[in-house]
Design a binder for this molecule. Structure first.
Ligand SMILES: Cc1cc2nc3c(=O)[nH]c(=O)nc-3n(C[C@H](O)[C@H](O)[C@H](O)COP(=O)(O)OP(=O)(O)OC[C@H]3O[C@@H](n4cnc5c(N)ncnc54)[C@H](O)[C@@H]3O)c2cc1C
Length: 467
């Protein structure tokens, strides 16, 4: 049966765009954390939108499950075929659809194909004298299509918003093969229901994103990067408040790092710890005008609040050193072993209480649990990762339900979300009924039914399992 399908794909694609050898397809079938393993009969790597339309038309007709895949850096198993699919489906990799289509100086926009790696998109903007602010530690591998599919957050949300805020136009192929293309660089468009907004963040369950028109900004020409050691999260929030009052949207990053997370990253990165404290803030103030004096008002705020355990980067090397410590936390954790990860957000005013409450509950129930906590405090989102000493392999997942129950119940208690920026994938879809009302779930199922009646696009992801 697969041979019929492969024969058809051979008519649409070049031979090197069809992978079937198990050794070659294996890395596409395992997620970033080595948590999920799927199986497919082929990985397809089309390099044109027409080829994607033809593939989808055929898959729709023959009810072949399709798992869209970008850089495969997602942390919720979204790009790994669901186990229920067995070998009956394909992975549709976007990596060869990666061209720059247009850059408009007048509209300050860039139009790129979905498979462009985020770091390459940032570089293209830079070469044009502009700035694309989406920035994640995975930017050397993740793709803009994957970022849009997950509505990625990252380091600059406090100033520029999430990926959704950066998308002006979208091009996508529906499960039936139909193309929807709105790539005009329009800054305003209020013409009825906005389908594009549903595709953003739908994690490959509603459409294959093929291209996007994105906002560009003036590059930050004055930059102040600082590392502040603080005694507790409440104090960090006071610092954020004081900075917001004076600097407003010139705060582009405000990252919280626990001492445990810092120690882990420093020893992995072979870098010195900048300040001794229980908690740390890495923050950045930027201005698009050159030679702006950000330092004097910043120091004056530090003095007023007695936040004096602070280092201000004096060179690009020092700035790089501070950011490496932050960005290597994920890799350092991976090096340490498996953990139970949570990507959560609560209102900023509740973060300190949430952390204290969930830590207490967790320590009571799991005395051997160690939490590595860090994240984007500027927008209220945190990475809350729990290690169990002596269980640093995948056996740790036997504690997952118990630990999730404590962390997620606490998040919900503090009016937060269990999915701040990584999405739902196949990791958290059983929690959807706790964060969405029945009316919302019905609406999601209706959208799915209309756009993908055979449920071929990323089956088993996002929507809660059917009772
Ligand atoms: C070290 C590290 C740091 C990270 N830091 C952050 C962070 O700060 N903020 C953050 O938000 N995330 C972060 N992530 C998670 C991840 O990098 C993001 O979710 C990213 O947006 C995923 O992009 P990708 O191209 O790798 O997508 P993939 O992992 O390939 O796919 C993710 C989901 O999108 C779907 N998809 C991919 N491409 C398309 C497409 N073209 N059309 C339709 N659906 C598609 C997939 O089916 C899947 O459901 C981090 C990951 C790592 C490993």
């Amino acid at each position: 049966m697969y041979s019929d399908h492969l024969q058809h794909f051979n008519q649409i694609l070049n031979q090197h765009e069809i992978l079937t050898d198990a050794d070659i397809t294996a890395p596409y079938c395992i997620d970033q954390r080595n948590r999920y393993h799927g199986e497919v009969f082929a990985v397809l790597l089309p390099n044109s939108v027409t080829a994607i339309q033809n593939i989808m038309r055929y898959c729709h007709q023959h009810q072949i499950p399709v798992t869209p895949q970008g850089g495969n850096t997602g942390l919720c198993g979204g790009a790994t075929p669901h186990a229920s699919i067995n070998k009956q489906g394909i992975i549709l990799s976007l990596s060869k659809l990666n061209r720059l289509r247009n850059l408009s100086y007048e509209d300050n926009t860039i139009t790129v194909e979905a498979g462009m790696i985020l770091a390459n998109l940032q570089a293209a903007a830079r070469e044009a004298g502009r700035y694309f602010p989406l920035s994640l530690a995975s930017e050397g591998s993740c793709q803009i299509g994957g970022n849009i599919a997950c509505n990625a957050g990252g380091l600059n949300v406090v100033r520029y918003g999430t990926t959704r805020d950066l998308v002006l136009g979208l091009e996508y192929v529906l499960a039936t093969g139909e193309l929807v293309s709105h790539l005009q660089p329009l800054h305003k468009n209020t013409s009825g229901y906005e389908m594009q907004q549903q595709i953003i963040g739908s994690e490959g369950t509603l459409a294959i994103i093929t291209a996007a028109t994105l906002k560009l900004f003036s590059p930050p020409l004055s930059i102040l990067t600082a590392w502040v050691g603080i005694e507790n999260i409440q104090t960090a929030i006071k610092l954020l408040q004081a900075l917001k009052k004076h600097f407003g949207d010139r705060i582009s990053s405000f990252e919280l790092i626990s001492a445990q997370a810092l120690n882990l990253s420093a020893s992995y990165s072979h870098l010195q710890i900048p300040t001794q404290a229980a908690w740390h803030i890495l923050l950045e103030l930027t201005d698009s005008m050159p030679d702006q004096n950000l330092t004097d008002p910043f120091i004056s705020i530090l003095e007023q609040g007695n936040w004096l355990n602070t280092i201000i980067a004096q060179s690009a090397t020092e700035r790089g050193h501070l950011w490496t410590l932050r960005e290597n936390i994920s890799e350092a954790q991976r090096h340490l072993g498996a953990s139970i990860k949570h990507d959560i957000a609560v209102p900023i005013e509740q973060v300190a209480d949430f952390v204290e409450h969930s830590q207490q509950q967790l320590t009571q129930a799991f005395p051997q649990a160690q939490t590595i906590l860090f994240g984007h405090l500027g927008d209220g989102s945190l990475h809350y990762n729990v290690f169990i000493a002596d269980v640093l392999n995948n056996d740790v997942y036997r504690y997952e339900d118990g630990i999730n129950k404590i962390v997620y119940e606490s998040v919900l208690n503090y009016h937060g979300t269990i999915a701040a920026e990584h999405g739902i994938g196949q990791l958290k879809n059983q929690w959807i009924p706790r964060i969405r009302t029945q009316a919302e779930i019905n609406w999601m199922r209706m959208q799915k039914q209309v756009l993908d009646p055979h449920n071929i696009l990323n089956a088993g992801k996002v929507l809660p399992p059917q009772p």
